[in-house]
Design a protein. Structure first.
Ligand code: DX5
Ligand code: ZN
Length: 225
C-alpha cells in the first residue's frame, strides 16, 4: 500500500495558519492531520470548530481529524458539514456500543472512520469495531502534546493490529501518531503502518518538502523486499 504522510497542524505556526497550510500542500503531503483536544480526554486543549471551519474552507488536502475528546459523537454532523475526509475517535473515549454507532454515523455521512488506541490500550480493543473502520491509529506517544519521544515499544502492537486487520478487514490502513521522524518512521513502516502523522518533523523543519519526501522514502525503503 502507498505510504501516506499527514503533517499535524499542532506543530504549525498558529499566527500564520493559512500560510502553514499552503506550505503543507506544497510539500507533497497527502493529508492534513488536525488534533482536536478537549482538556478532558487529554490534559490539553487545542482547537475546535472556530479554527477547523476556516481551515476546511481553504485546505486542498483532505482533513484527517483526530478527536481527542470524550464525546466525539456530538460533532459528527458538524465534521461532515465542514467537509472532513476522515474522523478518528479513541477506543476508550465512549462505551463500545456508542463507539459503534458513532463509526456508523461517520461512514454514513460519507467520511472515513478510524479508531485510535492510546498506548495503554491493547490491539484486541479494536475487535468490536474492526469491520467498521477504514483506518486504525496506534498512538506512539501518550495523546495530548506534540514533540514527545516515539515509543518503540508500540511496534509489536502495530504488528498485532496488522494481523487482526489481515484477518477481518485487509484493506484497512494503520496510522501511527507521535514522535514520527526520519529515525523512527522505518520501524513503524516495517511493523505494518502505512499512514504517518508527523508534527514536529514536518512543520518545524525549514525545508518541509525535503522532510516529507525523505520521510516517505524512509517508509518505502523499510518495506522494500
Ligand atoms: C499528539 C497528537 C499528534 C501530535 C504529533 O497527541 O495526536 O498528532 O501533533 O506531534 P509530533 O509529530 O511532534 O509527535
Ligand atoms: Zn494526532
Amino acid at each position: 500500500m502507498e505510504m501516506l504522510i499527514a503533517p499535524s497542524l499542532l506543530a504549525a505556526d498558529f499566527l500564520r495558519l493559512g500560510e502553514e497550510i499552503r506550505r503543507a500542500e506544497a510539500s507533497g503531503a497527502d493529508l492534513l492531520h488536525c488534533d482536536v483536544m478537549d482538556g478532558v480526554y487529554v490534559p490539553n486543549i487545542s482547537f475546535g470548530f472556530s479554527v477547523l471551519e476556516p481551515i476546511a474552507k481553504i485546505a486542498r488536502l483532505p482533513l484527517d481529524v483526530h478527536m481527542m475528546t470524550v464525546c466525539p459523537d456530538r460533532y459528527v454532523d458538524k465534521l461532515a458539514k465542514i467537509g472532513a475526509a476522515s474522523v478518528t475517535v479513541h477506543s476508550d473515549a465512549m462505551d463500545p456500543e456508542r463507539t459503534v454507532e458513532t463509526l456508523k454515523a461517520i461512514r454514513s455521512s460519507g467520511m472515513k472512520a478510524a479508531v485510535a488506541l492510546s498506548p495503554k490500550r491493547p490491539a484486541a480493543e479494536l475487535l468490536p469495531f474492526i469491520e467498521l473502520i477504514d483506518m486504525a491509529l496506534v498512538m506512539t506517544v501518550e495523546p495530548g502534546f506534540g514533540g514527545q519521544s516515539f515509543m518503540a515499544d508500540m511496534m509489536p502492537k502495530v504488528g498485532e493490529v496488522r494481523g487482526l486487520l489481515d484477518r477481518y478487514n485487509p484493506s484497512c490502513r494503520i496510522q501511527v501518531d507521535g514522535g514520527i521522524a526520519s529515525g523512527t518512521i522505518g520501524a513503524a513502516a516495517s511493523a505494518g503502518a502505512d499512514v504517518f502523522v508527523v508534527g514536529t518533523a514536518s512543520f518545524r523543519s525549514e525545508d518541509m518538502s525535503g522532510a516529507v519526501s525523505s520521510l516517505r522514502r524512509a517508509a518505502e525503503d523499510a518495506v522494500r523486499p
